[in-house]
Write a protein that binds this ligand. Structure first.
Ligand code: DSN
Length: 414
């Protein structure tokens, strides 16, 4: 058992190696992904995975938690500093579980919730009928305006007053503009609802001060740790301190068993990295790259929903290009540009076809790409889409991209 993976299990080792090559040789524009640093990977791959630690620091159900306690305490204190928060729970295994813990803490089955429509940029856990949040609770949705692609707060307020939900959820997974948390809180207060801000996509921008924070505005804030935050795959909860005890109980023993201590260690490392000045520069470059990519695509007659972006992502409406999101995703993958098909607001196509693609810049920025590279990527996107039936051109672009990718290694030589 104590052998390098390539010796003990060459089959698995080979698949991991192939994935490493895929990541290295492609341009990843998936808005929710990133490249965790070596230190985050080291902590995530550490022997802390061996330890059971049900409970919380100093109140565990297992012996031998001396160092485990220190790791969790460190992760909590760094997260508190990072988000300027009084209460943080670092145990949720994912963003979904972070949201679930909040719902279970403040709602009863059958209560009304109001979240952003999945088809307009919301998230499964914000009340979609195919998710627990839409089956356990009576969910309603707000969306964006057809003309602008922006959240219309007057309509939202009318809807909230009619529905009278117990919880309003704000935050999105394909909304390219800033979210006005104060306005959400004002509306929530006007009907006595709680407000949950799910900042999974924009947490990195928020801690860098490049997007307004909901901490101190929403009673509950959840995020994943692996998107713009560039940590390990996982979730955390931030809340007003008075809800802390209740949320802790809901995470464990309510919906989870033993915390993933190796992941909590990796979260601590990521929070430490995010507290450094370089992280702010990184986040600022993400936005510069996103704006540049959006402008360059616009020049080429691609249409970003809302006309552009304020954050790390761009949602492209492909209707005028006469190609579906799923077909565009496939063509781009052939040349080595990885994106995801995405519904656009008021989409006429179904979710497996879609009229749009979502592009994001966290990963390419982590690799050191800047504005000049964004212009080049936009040119490749146009060339690939326009020449989608020309195998020779597709192959030529693939070769150019492969070469280009080696100028931006994902990791130093391993
Ligand atoms: N699935 C994530 C995304 O891609 O946005 C959200 O959880």
């Amino acid at each position: 058992m104590n052998m390098p993976l390539r010796k003990s299990d060459p089959q698995v080792a080979k698949i991991i190696k192939n994935e490493e090559i895929r990541q290295q040789e492609t341009i990843n524009l998936i808005a929710s992904e990133n490249i965790a640093g070596d230190s985050v990977l080291e902590a995530a791959g550490s022997l802390l995975t061996n330890k059971y630690a049900e409970g919380y620091p100093s109140v565990r159900y297992y012996g031998g938690c001396e160092y485990i306690d220190k790791i969790e305490e460190l992760a909590i204190s760094r997260a508190k500093r990072l988000f300027k928060a009084d209460y943080v729970n670092v145990q949720p295994h994912s963003g979904t579980q972070a949201n679930m813990a909040i719902y279970f803490a403040v709602l009863s089955p059958g209560d009304r919730i109001l979240g952003m429509d999945l088809a307009h940029g919301g998230h499964l856990t914000h009340g979609a009928t195919i998710n627990f949040s839409g089956t356990l609770y009576r969910s309603s949705y707000y969306g964006v305006e057809k003309e602008t692609g922006l959240i219309n707060f007057a309509d939202l307020e009318k809807l909230a007053k009619r529905i009278r939900p117990k919880l309003i959820i704000c935050g999105a997974s394909s909304y390219p503009r800033k979210i006005d948390f104060l306005e959400f809180r004002r509306i929530a207060d006007s009907i006595g609802a709680y407000l949950l801000a799910d900042i999974a996509h924009i947490a990195g921008l928020i801690v860098a001060g490049l997007h307004p924070t909901p901490v101190g505005i929403a009673q509950f804030v959840t995020t994943t740790t692996h998107k713009t935050l560039r940590g390990p795959r996982g979730g955390i909860i931030i809340a007003e301190k008075n809800f802390g005890k209740f949320i802790d109980k809901m995470v464990f023993p309510g919906i989870q068993g033993g915390p993933l201590m190796h992941i909590i260690a990796a979260k601590a490392v990521a929070f430490g990295e995010a507290l450094k000045p370089e992280f702010k520069r990184y986040q600022s470059q993400i936005i510069k790259n996103s704006k540049k990519l959006s402008e360059e695509l616009k020049k080429r007659d691609f249409r970003p929903v809302t006309g552009g972006t304020d954050n790390h992502l761009i949602l492209i409406d492909l209707t005028n290009k006469n190609i579906s999101g799923s077909r565009a995703e496939k063509i781009l993958e052939k040349v080595g540009i990885v994106v995801n098909k995405n519904l656009i607001p008021f989409d006429q196509k179904d979710p497996t076809t879609t009229s749009g693609i979502r592009l994001g810049t966290p990963t390419v920025t982590s690799r050191g790409m800047k504005e000049a590279e964004m212009a080049q990527i936009a040119a490749w996107i146009e060339e690939a889409i326009n020449n989608r039936r020309n195998k020779k051109i597709i192959l030529k672009i693939r070769k150019e991209i492969k070469k280009f990718c080696y100028e931006f290694p994902i990791y130093k030589k391993r």
